[in-house]
Design a protein around this ligand. Structure first.
Ligand SMILES: [Zn+2]
Length: 432
């Protein structure tokens, strides 16, 4: 058996690893490269194997950087099975439909709605912990936390190999913590927060924000990802309203994708940590009806809450709200979680006031900014170490992380286990 490392070797996006066994080729994750100057180049480049020759793909979870290349693979001739959990399959539909509408190159689209339709027909859901055959080998999906339906992959051949996928945190309000890495010979693991220990508490930071919005009658705008972050914010805010009725205020969310993802979270609520609370919260949250409510809403002053995407203010409907209240010193934007380099969210977080919307129009934000380091759907350094330490793996391979994060995690791993730790480059093949 051979493993060829390809995507997410030198960065955190574009997850894609090839597996060769019994003369067949498969893939673990099939994601788009995002947010870097060479991302387009990578997404349009040829793969090291012909898509026609690839037999099966396992998708660990629905995030675009793990699933977003699938329609391109199908467009180029792939017609095998795509194995993932049912929840991931439901979320992939939303993610890929959206991606088809925005993924365009200079000359040709990366893929279109027809390619997405053909891709969805190939999805083959598998339950967590159910054995299935992947390239002639026994395999299983194991809960990985992170977002709804996310999995690690265990392959049991002559050697036991685990692909972590993205790993969640222990104290996520909705998503149960990842199942620890089973005993294995080789672990291929993510290292996004391999160099970081998270600070703060999500609920406390939300309460602080709500108190300010209510006390000072502010217009509060929360930047959120449509998937996972959105559902958690809505649930945490509704719980805060229940515990502190004096903080109850109108809450709108404005993101068509969030609305669709909410439905998937409701459908699979039993696999969350707080199914009843989440279900009630998502039912209570009101989707902003732009045709009907926007004219009235845009003239309003606080207290008022709007959750809108995107999470780093780098696109989506949030710009409409920022434009509308840009000169209002009584408005406040809340930025929960990591804000990527050069994103408008990062500029605001670092004290800048002028950002540019997706159409190139300038916004000069006169209001306040509150950010929080407590929000993340990824395991931090301690949680990554805890996840892998009982695996007693001979070899650990670090992917899906910036170089600094990988180096830092490598150092810590060397302190707690006997494993050989490797950091592969794009194209490296290991023979097992
Ligand atoms: Zn992810």
């Amino acid at each position: 058996m051979k493993i060829k490392f390809w995507g997410a070797t030198e960065e955190v996006t574009g997850s894609m690893t090839f597996v060769e066994s019994h003369g067949e080729i498969g893939m673990v994750d099939c994601g788009l490269s995002q947010g870097k100057s060479d991302s387009d180049e990578k997404n349009f480049a040829s793969l090291p194997y012909s898509p026609k020759s690839i037999k099966e793909v396992v998708i660990t979870h629905a995030h675009l950087d793990h699933s977003g290349y699938l329609p391109r693979l199908v467009k180029k001739g792939f017609h095998g099975s795509i194995i993932c959990t049912q929840t991931t399959a439901d979320l992939i539909k939303i993610i890929l439909d959206d991606s088809a509408s925005i993924n365009r190159g200079d000359d040709e689209a990366l893929y279109d709605a027809e390619d997405v339709k053909a891709t969805l027909k190939l999805l083959r859901p598998e339950k967590w912990n159910n054995e299935f055959i992947f390239l002639g080998m026994k395999a299983k999906l194991i809960p990985a936390g992170h977002i709804l339906g996310a999995s690690s992959l265990l392959i049991e051949a002559e050697k036991r190999i685990v692909f972590s996928g993205d790993l969640g945190r222990a104290d996520d309000y909705l998503i149960p913590e990842p199942v620890s890495c089973p005993p294995s010979d080789i672990v291929i693991m993510e290292s996004t927060y391999g160099g970081k220990i998270r600070a703060g508490n999500m609920y406390d930071d939300i309460l602080l924000f709500l108190r300010r919005v209510v006390k000072e009658k502010k217009v509060g705008i929360i930047a959120s990802f449509a998937m996972a972050r959105g559902q958690m914010l809505i649930t945490l805010i509704e719980q805060a309203f229940l515990a502190h009725p004096e903080l109850k205020l109108p809450l709108y969310f404005d993101s068509p994708m969030m609305k669709k993802v909410n439905e998937v979270y409701k459908k699979h609520n039993v696999i969350t940590k707080h199914p009843v609370e989440m279900l009630e919260s998502l039912k209570n949250a009101e989707a902003l009806d732009f045709a009907g409510q926007w004219d009235t809403l845009k003239k309003k002053s606080g207290p008022l809450l709007i959750i809108s995407s995107s999470g780093m203010v780098s696109g989506g409907r949030i710009f409409r709200h920022l434009h509308n209240w840009e000169h209002d010193p009584n408005a406040i934007i809340f930025l929960p979680g990591y804000q990527g380099e050069n994103t408008p969210g990062r500029i605001l977080k670092d004290g800048g006031h002028t950002i540019t919307d997706s159409e190139g129009k300038s916004i000069t934000w006169a209001g306040e900014v509150q950010s929080s380091e407590a929000f993340s759907s990824h395991a931090d350094q301690n949680e990554l170490l805890n996840w892998v330490k009982e695996a007693h793996a001979k070899n650990i391979v670090l992917i899906h992380g910036e170089q600094k994060a990988k180096e830092s995690l490598k150092k810590k791993l060397a302190e707690i286990c006997e494993s050989s730790i490797h950091i592969p480059t794009r194209g490296l093949v290991i023979d097992i």
